[in-house]
Design a binder for this molecule. Sequence first.
Ligand SMILES: Cc1cc2nc3c(=O)[nH]c(=O)nc-3n(C[C@H](O)[C@H](O)[C@H](O)COP(=O)(O)OP(=O)(O)OC[C@H]3O[C@@H](n4cnc5c(N)ncnc54)[C@H](O)[C@@H]3O)c2cc1C
Length: 383
Amino acid sequence: MSDAIVIVGSGLAGYGVARELRKLNSEIPILMLSLDHGGFYSKPMLSNALSTGKTPESLLSGDASRMASQMNISIRPFTRVVTIEQVGQIVILEDGEKIRYHHLVLAIGADQIHLPLSGNATDKIMTINNLDDYKIFRTELTGKQRISIIGAGLIGCEFANDLASAGYHVDVIDISAQPLGRLLPPAAGEFMRQKLGLAGVTFHLNASTQTVDQTQSGFCITFSDGKSLKTDLILSSIGLRPRIQLPASSGIAVNRGIVVNRLLQTQSPHIYAIGDCAEVDGKVLPFVMPITHAARALAATLNGHPTPVQYPAMPVLVKTPACPTVVSPPDFSVHGEWRIERDTEGIKALYQNDAGDILGFALLGVATKEKNSLTPQLPPILK
Ligand SMILES: Cc1cc2nc3c(=O)[nH]c(=O)nc-3n(C[C@H](O)[C@H](O)[C@H](O)COP(=O)(O)OP(=O)(O)OC[C@H]3O[C@@H](n4cnc5c(N)ncnc54)[C@H](O)[C@@H]3O)c2cc1C
């Protein structure tokens, strides 16, 4: 298969490219290599699986062999790529096997960031970034009551809402003064805190976690001010870092992510990157909509029609039903100010420049209904 398109990774990005390419070309050989089981699932559904009645098993829409036959591609699960030889256009697997590619697509995702904590139970802190992690988490939940989440970002808040709605006692800890600090102005963060609070989530803000120790009945989290919290299970959700070790050690340019241009192409003409691992024209956007746009453009390029990716404004729906929220974070390097309208039912926060142009928004509660009218007013992310 020396003319094959080799895709490394079977997440939404890997499958997205394969699917789009198949729509354009039913013949071209596609080989997907994946470190994990290689089956298809929608990762965003992990953080609301309890309230939507999903189990890890029912989240999997198709295993590797079913997906391979459905899409007429080859999939090799449990296969780690350890080196890329740019000159020979070869990837080398963990067991030394060499596979030649015509074009290589890196869709290798991102790693969870781990806090440097002390204590005797730091290795018991869980993270969820894939279906296998989630499977372990659901098993560990059995018989537990008090769940602590370190990190009040998008994913931390979604898991908090989901667990609270399933009857768990949820504590959320964050070093900043509000939830979703990178996405919401303070007033909106406070609104979110109140609404999730009413749903049973307790926030510990301005709290710097220092130590995690095992106790007889569970764990004890100690903060830098000496206060502590007893809990049965700890989930850390403090952010993601694009996986760049493989490309970097193979001589492919990396920065925050794998550096690619608008064609999703690295400096090596036959190697592309997409999804959470990629830094596209300077932007790392670890969300589904950028993958959808990039997969379409990359498939056209791989099919012989070089197509630069364009990103319109892509608001993100935060899956916190206790506080419906949609955000389109502005580019904060562009001068602007939050203008906020609030009442008890919602918050409408518009980030506007001096001329009154809307550069981003955060809509909470009833204000989410304005998403469709406001989105067309936003500037595109990549024109
Ligand atoms: C809980 C949760 C909820 C989310 N909710 C939302 C949401 O509501 N909306 C939204 O827009 N985004 C959401 N996101 C983000 C979104 O899910 C991700 O942006 C997207 O799934 C990333 O897909 P990916 O294919 O780039 O990476 P991944 O899904 O991480 O896939 C990476 C793949 O690469 C493979 N791999 C890695 N290294 C190697 C190697 N060396 N050799 C072979 N294979 C390798 C892995 O096994 C894996 O198959 C959420 C994320 C999480 C964790």
